[in-house]
Write a protein that binds this ligand. Sequence first.
Ligand code: AMP
Length: 287
Amino acid sequence: MFNIFQRIDQISSLINQNKIIGKKISLVPTMGSLHEGHFKLIEEAKLHSDFVIVSIFVNKKQFNQKEDYNKYPRNLDKDIAMLKQKGVNAIFCPDDVEIYPKDNIISINIKDVDRILCGKDRIGHFNGVLLIIIKLFSIIRPDIALFGLKDFQQFFLIKRLVQEFNINTKIIGIETIREKSGLALSSRNLRLSNNAIEITSNIFYILSDIRKKIINNNKINIDHLLNISKKYLIELGFQKILYLEIRDEENLNLCIKYNPNVKYRIFISAIIEDVRLIDNYPIGEWY
Ligand code: AMP
């Protein structure tokens, strides 16, 4: 049976019925305009659970610019049609009033981690992300929830959220699904021209190049390497590189000097045609 619900009471009652008969429930939270990256999360969810719920909700609280929120692609009918083919058990697609019926007087407070990487220029973004995750987890009470590692900072914070708040949901991270060119799939790619799409394949090229250079020479000057890489991307036509940094996966501390025993990732955010793209790539030999 395929169920589509907009109301919390409807999805709650479906979940209760399935919990009673011992089904393991998984949740894949999305903002819609679904692509193969989302479908990979759904495939993994099916492997780990008996009942897969996909939520589709463009969460206004995580957009710090109204224009970005308004321009975010929305394709609910097409998403529903595709999810029908994917064998998910239910879609939860509430509207704004259902999720945010009145102004909150309680908010989330994150220490430091919301001021680095994507948090630096998206003030309040991760507060909004954690707010919607707490709401979705309270409504759906999933045994498992799956997230893409493309949004690594988000994944990191959600893992901390469940640890620190003793939330009984297992968080699974899924590596980034890419176009053949290496471009990370993203709903935001829909806003790019063909010319920009061609240029964006250089994001993955640069991430792979940095990784290779560091592995080949552990003593390389990281600051210099990142600076010339940023310059190269600007010359190719990116408007701005918001960040290009290497950080420790475990705590998101900045890497100044490479240590082969630490799991690092290279993180990037770049703007092209006013669209903000993000990506990251692990460095170590263990991948
Ligand atoms: P979004 O709809 O952009 O909020 O994404 C919903 C979920 O899909 C998040 O956990 C994302 O990290 C994940 N996701 C988005 N793009 C990809 C991708 N290219 N590969 C894997 N997961 C992804």
